[in-house]
Design a protein around this ligand. Structure first.
Ligand code: ADP
Ligand code: TRP
Length: 317
């Protein structure tokens, strides 16, 4: 089974990215042939600063390596190091109905958030389909907001197969229900566009956790834990026993939001402190990081080559 996922280097990765996207990839790492790429072409739909894009691309690679990506088991590469994806995106573009892209929520949401309506932003799902189909992926771990893009991918694969014969497999999205939407500091979905994130290695994590918005119940009052952001975030980091204990504490009363925030901070540090140490080591050796990415690019291009050969032949080139 081929498992592939991508993430845009469009800012520092946060808890929502970790639990919504990265963790599923790590959990599946033992289960198949894995590909993880850094979608720097996609990031150009929002990032217009070359220095920042290069730096974010490197940061994403470091974050994945620090948090558990094993290069023996997963091919990690930069999207731009497999330029054939642009070629495939063109072939798919020629089969893509305008209406299909016009219906994409993500495009409409981005316009609503003030992004320019560029052709790149509009065609974003076609390039994403190319990323997936070029590697013949079976399973694509993504966050819930990417579900429609996977449907577009399947649709385009089907259209290609109908036009040219069976070339592509239809990939499935992998979206664990338990981590559907991670709340941010203000209770809305955690997202860099809402400025409510805690970054993976946030130097001000403690301050941000202590600042999570709560209602004004006193410490003595019993509280309902479900739906409370601190509790929802704690569930991601803590064991089932620890979660049950926090729920019981809230319901019993004499347990304040401050206590829960301290427990959340401790659980975050327990998971992330070892990752932080690993990242500090990796960052000292940029040449090794570049070697890893170059090696990933070589292996990814080799995986794409037989599929592209079939595709070119099928379309008549
Ligand atoms: P942002 O909303 O901060 O711009 P992205 O859209 O770049 O994040 O998300 C990258 C990946 O992380 C996607 O697969 C997305 O579904 C996942 N993700 C981001 N934020 C969350 C969240 N709050 N809850 C669950 N998954 C998330
Ligand atoms: N659109 C995805 C996101 O914003 C990133 C992405 C680009 C991707 N190409 C992909 C994810 C291919 C999975 C597979 O998170």
């Amino acid at each position: 089974m081929r498992i592939l996922t991508g993430i845009q280097p469009s800012g520092k990765l946060h808890w929502g990215n970790y639990f919504g996207a990265m963790k599923s990839m790590f959990d599946l790492q033992e289960k198949g042939e894995n590909f993880m790429f850094i979608a720097n072409f996609h990031a150009m739909t929002t990032v217009r600063d070359g220095v920042a894009l290069r730096e974010s691309t490197r940061d994403v690679a470091l974050d994945y390596l620090a948090c558990g990506l094993d290069t023996q088991k997963t091919i990690m590469y930069r999207q731009s190091d497999v330029p054939e994806v642009q070629e495939l995106a063109w072939y798919l573009s020629c089969l893509t109905p305008m209406g299909l892209l016009e219906r994409c929520h993500s495009y409409k949401d981005k316009l609503a958030h003030g992004l320019d309506a560029t052709h790149g932003l509009f065609a974003y799902p076609v390039l994403m389909a190319a990323d997936i189909l070029i590697m013949n992926a079976d399973l694509v771990p993504v966050g819930k907001d990417q579900k429609q893009h996977l449907e577009v991918t399947r649709d385009l694969a089907q259209k290609f197969n109908n036009a040219y014969g069976e070339v592509f497999k239809l990939p499935d999205a992998y979206i664990p229900e338990t981590v559907a939407t991670i709340p941010g500091l203000d209770g809305q979905k955690m997202s860099k566009s809402y400025h409510n994130t805690i970054e993976l290695f946030d130097p001000s994590a403690k301050k941000k956790i202590m600042g999570i918005v709560t209602d004004s119940k006193t410490m003595e009052e019993p509280k309902e834990p479900e739906g409370n952001s601190i509790y929802e975030l704690y569930k991601l980091f803590a064991t089932p026993e620890e979660v049950a204990e926090m729920a019981a504490n809230f319901r019993a009363g004499n347990y304040g939001y401050g206590h829960a925030k301290k427990a959340l901070l401790a659980a975050y540090k327990r998971l992330f402190d070892p990752f932080r140490e690993k990242r500090e080591e990796l960052v000292k050796d940029p040449a090794t990081l570049e070697d890893i990415l170059q090696d990933g690019a070589k292996r990814a291009r080799a995986a794409a080559a037989p599929i592209m050969e079939k595709v070119r032949h099928a379309v008549g080139l």
